[in-house]
Design a protein around this ligand. Structure first.
Ligand code: ZN
Length: 254
């Protein structure tokens, strides 16, 4: 499922393909004639300001992808939207249809976008501010990291990876982490994001849940395989209905 790194790589690709270009044709006809001023990202959202002042918001949902094709190419499998610029054409494909595309004529963001907390890459991430924010919840640190109003862009994969890097048990209560732990967590979040950006960079992204996709991660999806740090078996548990992967030996207990 796309999280901050996948959406950031999508942003870079889209900026290269359609950034600064004029839209010649589109499945949504109100886009025709607009120029894409830039391609921005916040959390798991893409934000494309247009020349008229309107803004196109795009969320990839669980399976959404933007692909570059040529204008003469027919519709792709699971294609939901199309934007043509010059000879190029970008297509939004989304087999599971949880992705969203919102054109805001007045530029006003959807509520979920407006409620986003700080984005680690866009805003930076201050350990003291995060520590203060974590004091306000009794949830586990893993569940709290998935809350987009606390931190924008971290999802199930990045949460598990960052907690492993910071050696923090995902079941530990968020308000029981001291500032030193939160500093390690912040470092873990950045390390995990950077690692994923480096390992998945491609014009066509492949998500780890797809059949046959490579799994570059340290613990995510690696239940019953040895921890890369201490060789204990990685465990899978379920928290708030989502799978969590962690090392029971080298991540400090709840
Ligand atoms: Zn371990």
């Amino acid at each position: 499922m796309p999280e901050l790194p996948e959406v950031e790589l999508t942003r870079r690709n889209l900026a290269r393909w359609i950034g600064g270009k004029k839209i010649a044709d589109a499945s949504l006809d109100r886009l025709v004639g607009e120029r894409v001023r830039s391609v921005e990202r916040r959390g798991k959202w893409l934000r494309l300001p247009l020349s008229s002042g309107a803004v196109l918001f795009s969320h990839l949902g669980m399976t959404g992808k933007w692909l570059e094709r040529s204008r003469s190419d027919g519709p792709q499998r699971w294609e939901r939207a199309r934007i043509d610029v010059g000879r190029a054409s970008v297509r939004f494909v989304d087999p599971r249809r949880f992705g969203r595309m919102i054109l805001a004529r007045d530029g006003k963001p959807p509520a979920a976008f407006a409620a986003l907390g700080p984005d680690p890459l866009v805003d930076g991430l201050d350990a003291r501010a995060l520590h203060a924010r974590l004091q306000r919840t009794k949830r586990s640190i893993k569940e709290t990291l998935l809350d987009q109003t606390v931190l924008a862009g971290v999802g199930n994969i990045q949460a598990a990876e960052a907690l492993w890097r910071a050696r923090i048990d995902p079941r530990r209560r968020a308000d029981r982490l001291d500032l030193a732990h939160v500093r390690k967590l912040v470092a873990g979040i950045f390390a995990s994001i950077r690692f994923t950006l480096g390992s998945e960079d491609a014009p066509e992204l492949v998500y780890v849940e797809e059949p046959g996709a490579p799994n570059p991660f340290k613990v995510y999806g690696k239940a019953e395989t040895p921890c890369p740090r201490c060789r204990a078996n990685i465990r899978r548990i379920v928290q708030a209905g989502r799978s969590t992967f962690f090392c029971p030996r080298c991540q400090i207990g709840p």
